[in-house]
Design a protein around this ligand. Structure first.
Ligand SMILES: [Zn+2]
Ligand SMILES: [Zn+2]
Length: 375
């Protein structure tokens, strides 16, 4: 996505309710909270919530992506003139048509735009019409996110009404040509020099009127039908990632292509392992003798046999070892397993242990690791 003109007009940080210095984590968690609150599934028929959800998603698409966020910050820092729209020093940023983003996100919200004159006409026109884009959420186990998974999503999508086949008229009746616009769907409004076309108020831009609306769709010609979609989530998705499944959205009409399906993935944490991009992280407790004298420790991996790690003599607590190729395998590359050794301080000592630790303290008397502090 190249910089959009919209970037000047929208404060994506404000939309997500975070500061412009917010961390990736803060942005993600704000998006998670807001997208739940305004998700169309939980706000059926609420046009304001839909608009808000659309705004939130658009904001997260930009500032939820590190590279895009950098561009966005830069564009906003430089201000609208940086675009060099025909002026000297042009060629800074290239603007794509604002409607691109609207097209990406708009399909799902056709309902909100219906009745907006031309949109209503084209949405039900005779020509090929691209299917709607759909939004879905998916909760994944840590392991499933790493390996990828084929699963079934339940979606409610718009479909041509099965009762009236899209005409909007009760079966057995027929729509009539609108007398006011004579089927054109628009009225010409001459204002001196200019002539404007406005959607016909009598038929809402459709060009026909329905005397007896279809009982299933209340005359809209469209109904919402639950739909099961089998999706393949690629290996390596991260918590909060929004992935686009091309062509898995709503079906196209009149031979048009299907829309896309956007799936926001929420990945639950693992009891032992963590994730850092393609690398898997693991903290392993080790004893003082193991760090001081060195030794070998056995370390589990997420899938596959455990590995043996050699801890060299004099290893400091908090050091991270890299086990090559035992991370997340995606199409592009395979990550590593990052093992961090952490000194486990015993909370209870046997009499013999206490004696030994005291002996160690006595033996190293006078050698303080804090000597360099000079106090
Ligand atoms: Zn119908
Ligand atoms: Zn009309």
């Amino acid at each position: 996505m190249a910089p959009q003109r919209e970037w000047f007009e929208k404060d994506y940080y404000r939309i997500l309710g975070v500061s412009d210095t917010a961390t990736v984590k803060e942005i993600k968690s704000a998006y998670r909270k807001l997208s739940r609150q305004y998700h169309p599934d939980t706000n059926k028929g609420d046009a304001n919530a839909e608009e808000r959800f659309k705004e939130i998603s658009a904001a997260y698409d930009v500032i939820g992506d590190e590279a895009r966020r950098k561009e966005y910050d830069e564009v906003r820092r430089l201000g609208p003139m940086a675009g060099g729209m025909g002026g000297p020093g042009g060629g800074g940023f290239r603007f794509e048509n604002i409607s691109d983003l609207g097209d990406v996100l708009g399909g799902f919200f056709n309902r909100a735009r219906r009745g907006a004159g031309g949109a209503a006409g084209s949405a039900r026109g005779r020509g090929p019409h691209r299917g709607q884009d759909l939004e879905a959420e998916l909760h994944l186990d840590f392991e499933d996110a790493i390996r990828g998974i084929t699963t079934t999503l339940q979606l409610a999508s718009e479909a041509v009404c099965s009762t009236c086949h899209g005409s909007g008229a009760r079966p057995g009746t027929t729509p009539h040509q609108c007398p006011q616009c004579e089927g054109r769907g628009v009225l010409d409004d001459n204002q001196g020099f200019f002539s404007f076309s406005t959607p016909c108020p009598a038929c809402g831009g459709r060009g026909y009127t329905i005397d007896d609306p279809c009982p299933t769709c209340a005359g809209t010609g469209v109904e919402h039908r639950p739909r099961e979609v089998k999706v393949r989530i690629p290996a390596g998705v991260e918590d909060g990632q929004r992935i686009r499944l091309r062509g898995r959205g709503g079906p196209g009409r009149n031979g048009g292509p299907p829309g896309d399906l956007y799936v926001t993935c929420w990945v639950s944490p693992h009891a032992l392992f963590g994730r850092r991009g393609r690398d898997i992280t693991l903290a392993v407790p080790v004893t003082f003798p193991e760090l001081t004298l060195g030794g070998t420790i056995k370390v589990p991996t997420l899938d596959g046999p455990s590995v043996t790690l050699r801890v060299p003599e004099g290893t400091r607590s908090g050091r991270t070892f890299r086990v090559k190729g035992r991370g997340v395998s995606t199409k592009k590359a395979t990550g590593d397993l990052l093992v961090t050794v952490e000194l486990a301080v015993p909370q209870k000592l046997s009499a013999a242990e206490r004696k030994a630790v005291e002996a160690l303290a006595a033996a190293s008397n006078g050698q303080s690791p804090r000597a360099y502090l000079g106090v």
